[in-house]
Design a protein around this ligand. Sequence first.
Ligand code: DAH
Length: 334
Amino acid sequence: MSLSPHPIETALKTLAAKAENSIEQTTTLEDLEQLRVNYLGKKGELSQILREMGKLTPEERPRLGAIANEVKELVQSLLESRRESLQNAQIKAKLAAETLDVTLPALSRPLGRIHPLNSTVDRMIDIFVGLGYSIATGPQVESDYYNFEALNIPADHPARDMQDTFFLSDGRLLRTHTSPVQIRYMESHEPPIRIVAPGRVYRRDTVDATHSAVFHQVELLAVDRGLTFTDLKGTIKEFLKQMFGADLPVKFRASYFPFTEPSAEVDVQWKGKWLEVMGCGMVDPNVLKAVGYDPQIYTGFAAGFGVERFAMVLHEIDDIRRCYNSDIRFLRQF
Ligand code: DAH
C-alpha cells in the first residue's frame, strides 16, 4: 500500500470540498439545480470519477467504493439542506413583500359638517312637516310689490323704515323678510294652505354681534276656513316645545305688523330669561284681498322667525358673525 492517497480518493475528496463550497454559495434554486446536474448528473463529475473505478484492483475497490458513496450522500444531503433553506428564504421574502403595514396612517379626507344654520333650519322644517306643512320658497331679489305693497305696507308706511334694504337699479330689491313668499304662494294656490318657507333675507343694518345685513328666516302661513288665533297659538307652542325639547313657558305679547291683525310677538322663557323668538298674527284681510281670497270665507295665521336667533340661543353662540366667517375651529364643534 502506498502512503500517498489513491488519485481517485483525492479526486473524490476534492469534489466533496468543491461541492460543499459551491452549494454553500448558491443563492437561487435554479443555480442549485445546475450544481446538482454538474456533480451528480449522468455526465456529472461524480459519474466521471466512478467510471475510473473500473480500473481499480479488487482490493482497492471496496474502500474507494465506500468513499465514493459517502461523497455522493454528502453532496446529496448538502443539496437537500441548501434547497430547504433557499425555499424558506424565498417564502420569507414573499411574505415580507406582501405584508400590509397596518401601522401606516390612513389617507384621511376631512369630514364636513352640517352648518349650524342649516341644521337649525332642518330641525324647524322637520317640525312643521310633522304638523302637515309643505315647504315653499321664493326669490331673494324681490319686487317692491311682493316685499311691501301686497303685505299691506304701502309706499309711505313707517314700517318701511325698519326694513331698509339694498335696491337694484331696476327698482327691485333684496327681500327684507320671507313674508313675500306668502303672497307668491297664495297667488298660485287655493286654500287650504299650510306652508313653511325658509330663506335668506337682507337688511341695511350695521353689523355687530347680533345684527347682520344678511340673515335667514323661516315663514309660516296657514289659510283655511275657520282658522283662529287659538290655532296659531297651538301651532307655535307645539313648535317651540319641539324646538327647545321642553314645554317651556310661552308668552304672546300684543304687537304690530302691517300684514297681520291682531299681531303678537312670542317670548319663551329659557334659562331664566324671556327671549323674544318670533312675530306672528292673523293674516290681515287686506293681504287676503290682495291675492284674491275672500276674507269673509277664509282666515289665516302667519309667523316669521330668525334662524340665527334660534341657532345662537340653542348653541349658546355669542356673536352672529361666527355664523358666516367659516372659521373651522368654530364649525368643527357642530
Ligand atoms: N316679516 C316679519 C319681519 O321680518 C316677521 C313676521 C311677523 C312674519 C309676523 C310674519 C308675521 O308672518 O305674521 O320682521
